[in-house]
Design a protein around this ligand. Sequence first.
Ligand code: AP5
Length: 211
Amino acid sequence: MRVIMLGPPGAGKGTQAARLAEHLSVPHISTGNILRRHVEERTPLGQRAQEFMNAGKLVPDELVIEMVEDRLAQSDARRGFILDGFPRTTHQAEALERITEVDHVLNFFLEPEALIKRSVGRRVCPKCEAVYHILSNPPRAADTCDRCGAALILRKDDTREVVEERVREFEKRTTPLIQFYRDRHVLREVYADGIIDEIAHRVLRAVKSHE
Ligand code: AP5
């Protein structure tokens, strides 16, 4: 199954993408995570992407499209994939159409203030990329990853100011994709308020009702 997770920052795409990928035994491909790894390793791509990411802006299309094309060419993506955070512009969506078909585009939606609360309270593991929230999804021991024991961090772009800019970028540049995929009859709406397990049920219902 080939699935795209669409939605504003903090809606819970990554959390649900990880679960669905495990359920379907397909790779979870997060462009945000791949870019953050490049930044961490100071690759040429990471050095170009960093300033856009820290400012809450989208990284230029040509950098991201090539990166995704390379990732989808790997053998584990042949059986399907969960694409989390890509495409984000019409240009990216058109490029993806030239690379592969998609079965479902899950459009996560949530009230703006909830998006901010989820993002500023998020803590991530820099080592294994697990995601937590200080209130709704805390680790067992404070500031420590349950999975690998590394110290959790706050993402640089999870300050209120940068999250607000990311929401504006989403509204301006990504919302046209809702109509783009509705026209192709693959858009499934997912209301993202509720506990994580409940949203996971909604996600499964959304993909199963269109099999
Ligand atoms: P990216 O990493 O993709 O960030 P995003 O899309 O802004 O999404 P987030 O990771 O912020 O949120 P999410 O929806 O995955 O929520 P999560 O599950 O973590 O991109 C970062 C940057 O990289 C971009 O700004 C851009 O610069 C660049 N980039 C990436 N892709 C690009 C592209 N295609 N083109 C150009 N640039 C690109 O959940 C959020 C929090 O809420 C967590 O703490 C979680 O524990 C908690 N939570 C989750 N679900 C629930 C729930 N049901 N109830 C309560 N809490 C919940």
